[in-house]
Design a protein around this ligand. Structure first.
Ligand SMILES: C=CCn1c(=O)c2[nH]c(Cc3ccc(NC(C)=O)cc3)nc2n(CCCC)c1=O
Ligand SMILES: [Mn+2]
Length: 631
């Protein structure tokens, strides 16, 4: 029976029925956060999530009854969600950072150039965007209150958030992707900690007509807003992934990067892996890759080099901070994997396949007649008598010209299902990072691996990252897109200032008497003149990680080149490799290619960063250009 105080609280919010949870104990900050938004969104009732098994089962039953999800009886507690085809991916053009002054949020692109490093919105437009969407948006619905922690509860590197949402799909997915529920609520109550305020509604089209009953959304008016000054995130109209699971991109990267700047640490779009050599030395590596580079495949790598072991800490986000001894310690703030399904198979990522058959929410993948899932890349796993239903719900066969699964279809699966998690993956102190990799999909000119000469050089390499992508526009060619630090869609503030912050880490580390991590650039995707891949990739990448470890240990197994240090002759272990590798071509450095590359990088800086570019980064590019010219 709620206490008198909470009854008073309820009256304040229009005598709403609090279905679950006792509001009396909530600290004032949380109470007013809920109350203000309940008054704004007018839900029929409020459900304070405790994250329990029974609560989750009730939500799954309710989602099943609504037709949003169907059970996949071939696996243990696995579900398939099909979205409105208009709500299938992050919407970058509708994603904004709100600051007083535009230049705090974004760089100023050159005349006539479209900015590609984030979108700014004024405080006035932020307010009006909310007031034209949220009033009454939750009528007839329940407002779920989701208390969640990014990072292990109680870790000095963790941060807490509260997401208010009218989507049970979001609540079930947040329970997989973050530490969510009563333990976090206790932390908020006991320690009255600041929390990131996240408000989400799938909304309703202005016409009032919901296109697809089982997936309410408002694609025409989708908007994703961030206000770093007050640690607020507001998302409307989409229930999909990075738009709605606000702990991931919105919190852990965009808001996270602004907190990290204030507090002196790094919030990065990076996987974290542990590699143990045959002699037992274990190293932790963080790596940033744009999409389509196989980040999750590397994070869960099955090494081919005998005696090596690779274990996973995370596949998408790293929060890294120098500890008192000047060691860079990293945590994975997430609690699940939200991986791209197509392309995942026993051949490309056997450990992912071993992870996703329990307590997993699949979205927009195809379904099989024996109650399982299917997607492009799983052809060899299709039994002959099995029929397939595509992500629209239509029957599909390998002869179909259409795709069975949406290219951005996902598995959302608990980390603790993964068989290769590192024992320290939840260590509250984080794991010590001794190498940072930047990578890209570069079919031409970029060698398999090279090492930065120093931190400043490495920061320039990160800022200059590019990767082959399928052109979004109609001409379906391949273009080499800039994606600095693989953070292009996720910066929380001005990219130039972000680079300054990266540069400042060197001084910070020095003052603590520590050693900076080494920076490397890797490229699994170089092709020969016939368009064939020069490197077999996948588990063979352990040979590159082995060389990186040798370099961290100080072995002189490198040769200097104008672009950086590459492996010296025969210092990459090729024993046991059953395919011929043309190492000469794989590591060739062509003067014309690199002259062109430095020009492209300069153009990117001029077009997109302008005066916000730190002079040290420009100097590093000048030095690279000079070295290449003198070849
Ligand atoms: C840890 C693995 C990283 N990695 C790679 O290292 C990699 N390399 C390639 C290119 C490639 C593709 C097929 C073959 N096939 C054979 C038989 O050699 C070899 C290389 N594709 C790769 N992929 C898949 C990218 C799409 C997500 C990939 O993930
Ligand atoms: Mn990502």
């Amino acid at each position: 029976q709620p206490s008198a105080q909470s009854l008073q609280f309820l009256r304040q919010i229009h005598s709403l029925k609090v279905l679950k949870g006792d509001t009396a104990r909530l600290p004032a900050s949380l109470k007013s956060f809920i109350e203000e938004n309940a008054r704004l969104c007018q839900p029929d009732n409020i459900h304070i999530c405790d994250g329990s098994q029974v609560e989750n089962e009730r939500m799954l039953e309710s989602l099943q009854a609504a037709g949003t999800i169907t059970q996949l009886p071939k696996y243990d507690n696995c579900w398939l969600a099909r979205t409105n085809p208009a709500d299938v991916a992050r919407v970058e053009s509708r994603t904004f950072i709100c600051t007083e002054k535009r230049e705090e949020a974004v760089c100023t692109p050159a005349e006539g150039v479209t900015g590609m490093l984030g979108n700014w919105i004024s405080p006035e437009d932020y307010k009006s965007s909310i007031m034209s969407r949220f009033p009454g948006s939750m009528r007839g619905r329940t407002m779920y209150v989701i208390p969640f922690s990014m990072g292990p509860l109680g870790s000095p590197l963790s941060k807490i958030g509260v997401e208010l949402t009218d989507s049970q799909y979001v609540a079930c997915s947040m329970r997989i992707m973050t530490r969510m529920g009563a333990a976090v609520m206790d932390e908020i109550i006991d320690k009255d900690v600041d929390f990131i305020k996240c408000l989400h509604s799938v909304g309703t089209p202005e016409s009032g007509k919901v296109e697809m009953e089982s997936w309410p959304c408002d694609p025409q008016r989708t908007i994703i807003l961030h206000k770093p000054a007050t640690n607020e995130i507001v998302s409307y109209g989409s229930a999909y992934g990075g738009n709605a699971l606000l702990g991931k991109k919105c919190f852990a990267l965009r808001i996270g990067s602004t907190i990290a700047r204030r507090e002196g640490w790094l919030a990065e779009h990076m996987l974290i892996l542990a590699i143990t050599a045959p002699d037992g030395t274990k190293r932790y590596i963080a790596a940033a890759f744009p999409s389509a580079c196989g980040k999750t495949n590397l994070a869960m790598l099955k090494p081919t080099l005998p005696g090596f072991k690779v274990e996973c800490i995370g596949d998408d986000i790293a929060w890294m901070k120098f500890d008192a001894r000047g060691n860079l310690r990293a945590i994975n703030p997430e609690y699940g994997f939200f991986g791209v399904a197509p392309g995942t198979s026993e051949a490309t990522n056997p450990n992912a396949m071993a992870t996703i058959h329990k307590n997993t929410m699949f979205t927009n993948v195809a379904a099989t007649s024996d109650g399982g899932i299917y997607w492009e890349g799983l052809e060899s796993h299709l039994e002959p008598d099995i029929t397939v239903t595509d992500w629209h719900g239509n029957s599909w066969s390998p002869a179909s010209t259409s795709k069975a699964a949406h290219p951005n279809s996902r598995f959302c699966t608990p980390i603790d299902n993964c068989p290769v998690m590192d024992s320290q993956w939840e260590d509250p102190e984080g794991v010590p990072i001794t190498a940072i990799l930047f990578g890209g999909r570069r079919p031409d000119g970029v060698p398999l691996v090279y090492e930065a000469f120093n931190w400043k050089h490495g920061v320039m390499l990160g800022s200059a990252m590019r990767s082959e992508a399928t052109a979004a526009a109609e001409h379906k060619g391949k273009v080499i897109m800039h994606d600095p630090m693989a953070m292009r869609p996720f910066f929380g503030y001005n990219f130039g200032k972000y680079l300054e912050h990266w540069l400042s880490m060197e001084k910070r580390c020095e003052n603590l008497g520590g050693k900076m991590p080494k920076i490397f650039h890797v490229n699994w995707f170089r092709k020969d003149s016939n368009g064939h891949f020069l490197w077999p990739g996948f588990g063979e990448n352990s040979r590159v990680l082995d060389w990186i470890i040798k370099r961290i240990e100080g072995e002189k197994c490198f040769q200097k080149t104008p672009i950086g240090n590459i492996p010296s002759e025969n210092s990459i272990n090729l024993n046991g490799l059953n395919t011929e590798v043309n190492m000469k071509e794989l590591f060739s450095i062509d003067r014309d290619f690199w002259l062109k590359e430095t020009e492209e990088i300069q153009k990117f800086y001029n077009d997109q960063v302008g005066n916000d570019l730190p002079c040290e980064v420009q100097n590093q590019l000048n030095e690279l250009k000079e070295r290449v010219e003198n070849m």
